[in-house]
Design a protein around this ligand. Structure first.
Ligand SMILES: [Zn+2]
Length: 60
């Protein structure tokens, strides 16, 4: 499982977008457009796109 994370521009913290992928390959092939996430760090909504998002593989 790969978790898509962004860095909150207000707090600089890594926050989960709640978006997950089955593999890194699936993550690489996905275009994220017009996704926003309610940020648990600052409470605002942030845009989630391919330049902002980072993949965090989770070997659970
Ligand atoms: Zn934030």
């Amino acid at each position: 499982m790969v978790q898509a994370m962004i860095t909150c521009p207000k707090t600089g913290k890594a926050v989960s977008t709640g978006i997950t992928f089955g593999s890194l390959a699936a993550f690489d092939q996905t275009m994220l457009v017009n996704n926003t996430v309610r940020c648990p760090a600052c409470g605002e909504s942030h845009l989630v796109d391919n330049s902002a998002v980072k993949a965090f593989p989770n070997e659970m």
